[in-house]
Design a protein around this ligand. Structure first.
Ligand SMILES: *Cc1c(COP(=O)(O)O)cnc(C)c1O
Ligand code: SF4
Length: 350
């Protein structure tokens, strides 16, 4: 398939924006080569410096090849919770539909890399109808999260089919779409707005701003378009080492989000995805940032700090009841179901 002109997918094109380091070149030319795509818009936000928060989120380096013993390609064990081909049912009242394998920008910290870029087609009609059948059968399900990949990178007609099928599965269903498109490809929101408003049931959008530099006139305008069309927008950030792991950056990000009417929803401790240890913030530091941030921002600007436990333990807030012990090498957590799980304590001197 021919690439759209606004997606940069190779070394030659990205070299027009920045001078690549040896590590970045080696990573891009690697075999197998990593999933790579950046929009012209997002590349245009990059600065020449190596520590640019935009550059570090989208340009691969050879650090991705270092895999720790406790990292996995599917860190949340989603494969264990699949009642239908594209459906993950981990929590009783909500399911996750993996609708798209494609993203505008492949985030270097992404945990769903085992899934993205393997095939650009999106969910098939038969997988969609199996998912709908499952949702119809289980009355506990109140909400369907459509994710992937990025659902707003699907063809309009495909997304419309999905929204219609899910929206009609039950007359009380709520739809949540997880997408980075408002942040990395804001002009696409305008192309998709009619599809989004055509859904027969309420649609909420959860996006992913990770740094205040991503709040630009373009991304703010994309958010505004969603809100003017009665689509509420929430934000999930990932804590990323040397990108947003300071209280001043997080405060600016959360305050900036509230000013564009986006509610900061979660801040996630990095998942144990293969080749992402260079992005992970030591958990002790995360706990400290949480305390400090609450002193800096109001309640509406304060996201919930959370971790998705390895081995399918599920999401927990990083609060006292859930964190049981902090040991030298690991922290012991209690899942929502009351089961103990451990998360590595990577220390602050790595
Ligand atoms: C994160 C997640 C959800 C949604 O959880 P919320 O706490 O409601 O945001 C649902 N299903 C799966 C599999 C998830 O990973
Ligand atoms: S947009 Fe989401 S699914 Fe796609 S690479 Fe980024 S974090 Fe992963």
């Amino acid at each position: 398939m021919a690439h759209r002109p606004y997606l940069i997918t190779n070394i030659q094109e990205i070299s027009k924006y920045i001078t690549l380091t040896e590590s970045e070149k080696n990573a891009l030319l690697g075999n197998p080569s990593p999933p790579f795509s950046v929009t012209e818009y997002y590349a245009g936000l990059m600065e020449a410096t190596l520590d640019c928060p935009i550059r570090r989120q989208c340009i691969p380096t050879t650090a991705e090849k270092s895999v720790c013993t406790y990292e996995f390609s599917d860190p949340l064990f989603e494969k264990n919770y699949k009642p239908a081909p594209r459906l993950v049912h981990r929590y009783p009242n909500r399911v996750l539909l993996l609708a798209s394998q494609r993203c505008a920008v492949y985030c270097r910290h992404c945990f769903r890399r085992y899934f993205t870029d393997s095939n650009i087609q999106g969910i098939s009609d038969s997988d969609l109808s199996q998912a709908v059948k499952y949702i119809k059968k289980d009355p506990r399900i109140q909400e369907v999260l459509i994710s992937g990949g990025d659902p707003l990178m699907l063809h309009e007609a495909k997304l419309k089919t999905i929204l219609t099928a899910i929206g009609k599965a039950r007359d009380d269903i709520i739809i949540r779409i997880g997408t980075r498109v408002p942040v990395v490809f804001p002009s696409r929101v305008k192309e998709m707005i009619n599809t989004l408003t055509s859904a027969p049931r309420p649609v909420w959008i959860v996006t992913q701003f990770n740094h205040p530099k991503e709040i630009t006139p373009e991304s703010s305008e994309a958010i505004d378009l969603l809100i003017k069309n009665s689509i509420p927008v929430l934000n999930q950030s990932v804590l990323l080492q040397d990108i947003n792991d300071s209280v001043s950056t997080l405060a600016e990000l959360c305050q900036g989000l509230v000013s564009i009417k986006v509610k900061p929803y979660y801040i996630f401790q990095g998942d144990l995805a293969a080749g992402t240890s260079h992005f992970r913030v030591p958990i002790q530091k995360t706990l400290r940032l949480q305390q400090q941030l609450r002193r800096e921002v109001s309640g509406i600007a304060m996201p919930e700090f959370a971790v998705d436990l390895p081995d399918g333990g599920g999401k927990i807030p990083l609060t006292h009841g859930f964190i049981q012990k902090i040991r030298e090498n690991e922290i012991v957590c209690r899942s929502q179901e009351g089961i103990e799980y451990t998360y590595p304590n990577e220390g602050e001197n790595k």
